[in-house]
Design a protein around this ligand. Sequence first.
Ligand SMILES: Cc1cc2nc3c(=O)[nH]c(=O)nc-3n(C[C@H](O)[C@H](O)[C@H](O)COP(=O)(O)OP(=O)(O)OC[C@H]3O[C@@H](n4cnc5c(N)ncnc54)[C@H](O)[C@@H]3O)c2cc1C
Length: 484
Amino acid sequence: MAASQAGKHKVVVIGSGFGGLFGTKALRHADVEVTMIAKTTHHLFQPLLYQVATGILSQGEIAPATRDVLHKQKNATVLLGEVTGIDLTNKTVTSELLGRVSVTPYDSLIVAAGAGQSYFGNDQFAEFAPGMKSIDDALELRGRIFGSFELAELGAARGENVDDLLTFVVVGAGPTGVEMAGQIAELARRTLKQDFRHISSRQARVVLVDAAPQVLPPFGEKLGEYSKKALEKAGVEVVLGGMVTAVDERGLEVKFKDGSTRRIDSVAKIWAAGVQASPLGKTLAEQTGAELDRAGRIAVNDDLTLPGHPEVFVLGDMISLKNLPGVAQVAMQGGKFAAKSIKADLAGKPRPQEFKYFDKGSMATISRGKAVTTVGKLRFTGLIAWLMWLVVHLAYLTGFKNRVTAVLRWAISFLGRDRSERTTTLQQIFARQALEQIDGGATGLVSDPGETERLLEARRNELEEQAAKEARLTDAGERGVTAH
Ligand SMILES: Cc1cc2nc3c(=O)[nH]c(=O)nc-3n(C[C@H](O)[C@H](O)[C@H](O)COP(=O)(O)OP(=O)(O)OC[C@H]3O[C@@H](n4cnc5c(N)ncnc54)[C@H](O)[C@@H]3O)c2cc1C
C-alpha cells in the first residue's frame, strides 16, 4: 500500500459503482488522499448485466478492475472489503474481507453503496428467482437460462414433458425486465434455433409479469404501449396487473386484482422487480435521525449531506431527494457534486448549495433494432432509438478496450445471430447456494469482534490525543506562547 501522506485531507469513498467512481475521479487533481472501499474488485456497468446473462458480453467487458481504472490517479487507494460500520462520531469506516478488519479514518466521507434487489418481504423467492444486481447474479442466470434449454433437450429425448423447462418468466416490466425478456426471446428464436435436435428452441415461452397496468411505467403510456406490442411481436407474452405471490422450484403463482390466480410452470425465473437501498443507509439514519423511506433510501439535505454532518455525502441509489430516479446519471452527477463541495471547502470557497440533477433522458431496448428513448419532451422509438441506445451505452462503458470488444460482440449478436459468451459452469449455477450454506466461523470468513473493537479503540485514542494536542496549542496561543 502506498505510504500515507500525513496531514492530507482524507476522503473515504464507499462503493466503486457510478457514484463512487465518478466522485473519486473528480478528486484526481485535489490535494487529498482518497480511499475507495468497495466489496468487489470491479466497477460494474449494471445497465448491460442482462447482456452477460444472455451470452452477448463477457463479464470483464462490463466490469473493469477498479485498480486498473484508477491506476493513474496517484491520490487514490483502493481497499477491498465490505463496509460493516460507519462511526460518524469518531469519523471512521470499518470494513472486512475474509475476517480481516480495516478501520479507515476520514475527514470527508462519500457513501455510494447503491441498492440491492427487493423481494418486497419475500426473500425466500430469491432461491428460485435470482435478481440481477451483480456479476454473480448475471452468470448464475446465464447458467440457468442455457441450462434449461439443455435439460429440455435431454428430457425431450426421453419423451418427458419439458414445458416448464422451456418457459422463462421475467418478473418486473421496468427497463431491466423488458431488456431481459426481449433478449431471452431473441436467444430462443434466433441464436439457438438450429442447435438442438429434440426440442425446438423457437417454441420456448417467454413471459413478462408485472403488477403495474403497463410496461415501462416511467416512459409514459404511449411508449409503454409501443414496447408491449414490440415485445409481443418478438414473442414475449406480457402479463400485466398480476402480482407474484409465490415462487418455487418449478414455477410461480400470479394473483390478479379480481382475486383470480394463475400458476405458470417455469424452471428459469428472473426477478427484476424492486430495489432496496444498501443497509448502510439504516446505519447512517440511526446516527443522524435522517428518515428512511420504504425502499430504505435515506433523506439527505439539498446538498447531499446528512443532517448535522456537512462532511458526509450520500448519493445515488441510496438517497431519497425530490423523487430523483435510481439511475446512473443521478449517481454520477452526485459523485461529481460531492467532489466539488470538498474541493470548495479546501479552497476556502463557498460550496455549491444545491444538487441539481440534469436529466439527460431515459432509454430501454426491447429487441434487436428496437428501443424506446426519451430526451426532454422528445420521444423516439424503433431503430433510431436503438441506435441512440447503442451510442450512449458505448460512450459510458468504462475503458477503451471494453468499448472495442463490446462493438465486436454486438456485431456478432446483432448483425449475425450468434453469441460469444455461452459458457456456463456448475459453479456459476450452484455456488451462491453453496456459499450461503458455508459456516462462516469454520472457514474464517467472519471477523473477530475483538479485533474490530481494538482497532476502534486505537482510533478513539488517536482522536483524544489529537483533541488534547489542539487544546494545548490553543492554551499556549492564548498565553502568547509559540508552539513548536
Ligand atoms: C440490471 C440493471 C440495469 C440498469 N439499467 C440502467 C439503465 O439502463 N440506465 C440507468 O441510468 N440506470 C440503470 N440502472 C441503475 C443504475 O445502475 C444505478 O442507478 C446506479 O448503478 C447507481 O449508482 P450507485 O453508485 O448509487 O450504486 P452502484 O452503482 O450500485 O454502486 C454501489 C457500489 O457500492 C458497493 N457496495 C455496496 N455495499 C457495500 C458495502 N457494504 N461495502 C463496500 N462496498 C459496498 C458495490 O459493490 C458497488 O461498487 C440499472 C441497474 C440494474 C441493476
